[in-house]
Design a binder for this molecule. Structure first.
Ligand code: TNX
Length: 540
């Protein structure tokens, strides 16, 4: 009996420790290993930041740490080598944790964040921040003693934002980057071009933004059947980013280990470019950027038979490549309505000369030509899964959005793949309701559905699974025009995605995640972010 009682006691204690552990730290994504220890470390005005390793790498990281701590307290941490009462940032050589991993050790004397390079140091800090108050406070900055070893499961951990349908200011884009970076998302897919707006300044083609960045009104319904805006109407709704702003945003993201992959859509979804330069389309008719979410297909394609189109795109991409350090450049490729090419003499002539059997092969020719150009610029091309149609360009990476089929096909052909299936990774779909929910696309992607997503499909064996670089969630903004609405669509689903792509598959645990989510909800409330509180049960 006694031994049984002690057993129960031991179990109870273990249970309680587990309970307090969960209470004490609620890191999302769940680290690979986390051990809570006795005691705490308190950051105070005398705490210093101590650098151990390459200063060029560590100094910008230290500045990030200083500004974060200043933002939540009146502590202004100074750089000074100290063994006691210090946060030490240290470059080590540890193959287990890779490029982006880190170790975080907290004891009564201080904090140590160690990593092989800049990325891991930043991620160690992000984990540390998640144990601290989320907003300015007079409370002690108490960090529980612990040991973390952590590294990501996938190297492409992406969030996308469509700034084509509605323009989001440079300030808002920075906030978006801040939010995703806090959850160790490392790729920001910036959808800069769509029918409703061209958002990136191109010096050689000023009309792209003088004309292509502005539309007539704000309507946001894809089923809007009103006639499209016509030239002559006043187009004043929109905006764009100057190259100077873009450089600032790239630098801002880099500090947070976020790579920005720019998307320059082609050959479809480009009514905005054609509004600026009508000769780029098959019909060459004047038009305006589309309003609302209207999708007029054929009339918004580049002409695949016109050499001027290729010159134009190469000159645009030359400026894009000069701005963005990203290895990947996204060329879109989705939803091309090829009827315009069918009735275009120039497209048909080109098909004949090249011996192309159909318009899918013409699309493949178009995309492959762009890939060659990008490879010449030492970049890699990525596109939506329609680029498989008519033959995949030799080195293309495929973003699988129409389910996983395109991704599976590409991985079997030994092409790299990023999984972003509409279900469950489209965050423009409902997450609850729909009663009381803002108008959204008709799919139903709850935070739980996102959490349960597994990026490696069972159709892929080990040899082919390695081509899945990771996963990404997309936020299309036909219906989303404010910062508040955008936050609402991403929170908390982005946190679920972050755990899917970072944490080990076997560590996944919905109950544990929901429990940790409470701490983050609390932070969102304090920061005034809009988020979906968890009405996840109603299906539509
Ligand atoms: C399809 S996803 C599109 C977007 C729309 C989205 C709405 C993709 C590559 N193309 O242009 O915004 O559906 O969910």
């Amino acid at each position: 009996l006694l031994s049984r009682t002690s057993l129960i006691l031991i179990l109870l204690c273990a249970g309680l420790t587990g309970f307090t552990q969960q209470k004490k730290v609620s890191i999302i994504p769940q680290p690979v290993s986390l051990r809570l220890l006795e005691g705490d470390f308190v950051i105070n005005k005398e705490t210093t930041i101590s650098l151990d390793g390459d200063k060029k790498v560590l100094k910008p990281a230290a500045a990030f740490l200083q500004s974060y701590i200043r933002g939540i307290s009146d502590c202004d941490l100074q750089l000074k080598k100290n063994n006691l009462n210090a946060i030490t940032l240290k470059i080590i050589d540890n193959p287990v944790i890779g490029d982006e991993g880190y170790t975080l050790t907290v004891n009564k004397e201080g904090v140590q964040i160690a990593a092989n390079g800049r990325a891991g140091i930043i991620y160690g800090m992000q984990s540390l921040f998640q144990t601290l108050p989320q907003v300015q406070t007079n409370r002690e900055l108490k960090v529980p003693a612990m040991e973390i070893t952590d590294y990501p499961r996938f190297k492409w951990r992406g969030m996308h934002l469509d700034v084509g349908r509605h323009f989001f200011s440079a300030e808002m884009v920075k906030e978006y980057i801040d939010l995703i970076a806090a959850y160790k998302v490392n790729t920001f897919h910036w959808h800069l071009v769509d029918d409703q707006g061209w958002r990136i300044e191109i010096k050689k083609y000023p009309a792209l933004t003088d004309v292509g960045a502005w539309r007539v009104d704000q309507t946001a319904f894809p089923w809007d059947t009103r006639p499209q805006a016509m030239p002559g109407q006043e187009a004043t709704y929109g905006g764009y980013y100057t190259q100077k702003q873009i450089k600032e945003i790239i630098a801002y993201a880099a500090v947070r280990n976020v790579n920005i992959v720019p998307e320059i859509e082609m050959p479809g979804h480009v009514a905005s470019a054609i509004a600026a330069y009508p000769n780029l389309s098959c019909s060459q008719h004047p038009q305006l950027p589309l309003t609302g979410g209207n999708f007029t297909g054929a009339s918004s394609n580049y002409c695949a038979g016109n050499e001027e189109v290729f010159t134009f795109l190469e000159e645009v991409l030359t400026e894009v490549v000069a701005l963005f350090p990203s290895k990947y450049i996204h060329i879109g490729g989705d939803e091309v309505d090829k009827t315009s090419w069918k009735s275009c003499p120039r497209c048909q002539a080109r098909m004949k000369t090249l011996g192309l059997k159909n318009e899918n092969e013409l699309q493949s020719y178009f995309i492959t030509r762009m890939e060659k150009f990008l490879i010449g610029k030492k970049r890699k091309m990525i596109g939506w899964d329609e680029i498989l149609e008519g033959g995949l360009a030799p080195e293309a990476t495929v973003m699988s959005w129409r389910g996983e089929a395109g991704g599976i096909e590409a991985a079997k052909m030994k092409h790299d793949v990023v999984m972003t299936p509409g279900s469950p990774l489209y965050f423009d779909h409902y997450q609850a309701g729909p009663e009381g929910e803002p108008l959204a696309f008709g799919g139903f992607n709850t935070v739980k559905k996102v959490y349960n997503y597994e990026p490696i499909p069972k159709e892929l064996d080990g040899e082919h699974a390695k081509y899945v670089l990771g996963a990404q969630a997309n936020i299309w903004t036909e219906h989303i025009r404010t910062k508040e609405h955008l936050e609402y669509m991403m929170l908390p689903r982005m946190l679920a995605l972050a755990e899917v792509v970072w944490s080990p598959a076997q560590a996944k645990n919905w109950n544990g995640f929901s429990e940790r989510l409470k701490y983050h909800f609390n932070g969102f409330e304090q920061k005034g972010y809009h988020f979906s509180p968890g009405n996840y049960t109603v299906a539509i």
